[in-house]
Design a protein around this ligand. Structure first.
Ligand code: NAD
Length: 362
């Protein structure tokens, strides 16, 4: 296990993406967002993605230096094309447009299509919350057919994340942010590299047997660092929450995919994220200022439920992330040996010296 200071980890990832052909500001954004995912406890969307992102850049599946362009632009609606640019660039651009419109109109909807991998969607809800806005995000992953719907064993949906953020004056926002699959694909990736195992019922084999073995998703893979292609495995990830979770995933495909113009996931489609976001200014809906105090009171009431297990605690959405971040900023970001070795191998393959790679560990 390697434990890396967050700033040094960001710097190494930035160096890697500069060496891979990104401009300095874009490389820094990728370094920031991937490290932020690790800091908030979502290693699945963190620096473990570095080798795959570099591979995608080389293959032209994601393109450096792209910006969003507007297809529709009204006072309260924007439809944006991300041109398969890095999600860490086109994602925050789309969110800034949504924030600006919601501040003017009180309510805004932003459809983003053809975004490169957007990573942790919670980052975008946090951006909106920092500006005092509630936001709701329906996302799909076009061309990434990984998840079996409720009642089926064949892959038909993406891991289609769903996210809601609510600003809370003076404390971390309320933040619900999850994949609608039982686990995010990145969590299977992390488990395959020696990180935290996934639940024993997270995957389903073609014969309907449930499994926690990453090979069900990737097929046979090398034990050390090396490529894992989720399109190679025979099985699928299961949708969370039985018919309800599967239904939410379906609606993420319909709103994040079909309504944005990105397309619902399916065979033969180019990999990208589609994101349908809604931004609400609570100050317009709630001129009396009832909402913040009511939220704070409800958080306290919710958390006062007696824990199921001795020593347990009821957490509100976003609390786990805020705690993980405070701890890791202080103690460093733990990475499994497999994840660290894969990042170091990628850096070396781009001509980055061992002195630079090792400096991140000091
Ligand atoms: P997860 O299963 O860890 O669930 C996270 C949510 O559960 C958060 O809202 C968190 O606050 C809450 N939570 C965690 N522990 C809790 C507890 N003990 N009590 C109450 N609430 C708790 O998340 P996931 O499904 O693994 O998703 C991980 C990340 O992957 C998310 O950030 C998501 O946006 C991202 N994702 C992105 C894509 C993409 O294509 N860009 C696809 C899928 C997932």
């Amino acid at each position: 296990m390697a434990v890396v200071n967050a700033e040094r980890l960001k710097a190494l990832v930035t160096t890697i993406f500069e060496a891979a052909g990104c401009a300095g500001d874009e490389a820094a954004r990728i370094g920031n967002y991937l490290t932020e995912a690790n800091l908030t406890g979502h290693d699945s969307h963190g620096v473990a993605r570095v080798p795959r992102y570099v591979g995608w850049l080389k293959e032209g599946r994601v393109e450096a230096g792209k910006e969003v362009t507007a297809i529709v632009d009204t006072p309260s609606i924007a439809v944006l094309d991300g041109h398969y640019g890095f999600g860490q660039t086109v994602g925050p651009q789309a969110v800034r447009i949504g924030i600006a419109k919601a501040k003017q109109a009180g309510l805004a909807a932003v459809a983003l299509k053809h975004a490169g991998h957007l990573g942790r969607i919670g980052d975008f809800a946090e951006m909106a919350a920092a500006e005092g806005l509630v936001s709701i995000h329906f996302v799909n992953v076009v061309g990434s057919i990984l998840v079996a719907p409720y009642g089926g064993v064949d892959r038909r949906i993406s891991t289609a994340p769903y996210c809601i953020g609510v600003p809370m004056p003076g404390r971390a926002p309320l933040l619900l942010d999850f994949a609608t699959s039982l686990v995010a694909e990145g969590k299977v990736l992390v488990a395959s590299m020696g990180g935290k195992p996934i639940p024993a019922d997270a995957l389903v084999s073609p014969d309907g047997a449930r499994s926690g073995d990453p090979a069900v998703l990737y097929g046979p893979y090398p034990s050390g660092p090396g490529p894992r292609d989720p399109m190679n495995g025979p099985g699928a990830i299961r949708a969370f929450g039985e018919h309800k979770g599967s239904g939410l995933a379906f609606m993420c495909e319909i709103l994040g995919g079909a309504l944005t113009g990105a397309g619902a996931t399916g065979p033969g489609k180019r990999f990208c994220n589609g994101m349908m976001s809604i931004y609400i200014d609570p100050k317009i809906i709630d001129p009396d200022g009832f909402f913040p105090a009511e939220c704070a009171e409800y958080v306290a009431y919710y958390k006062s439920a007696r824990p199921e297990q001795a020593g347990g605690e009821v957490l509100v959405p976003g609390e786990a992330e805020a705690r993980a971040k405070a701890k890791k900023l202080k103690e460093g970001v733990p990475l499994s040996d497999g994840t660290w070795d894969a990042i170091a191998d990628t850096a070396r393959s781009l001509g980055i010296g061992d002195n630079v790679i090792k400096a991140a560990l000091n």
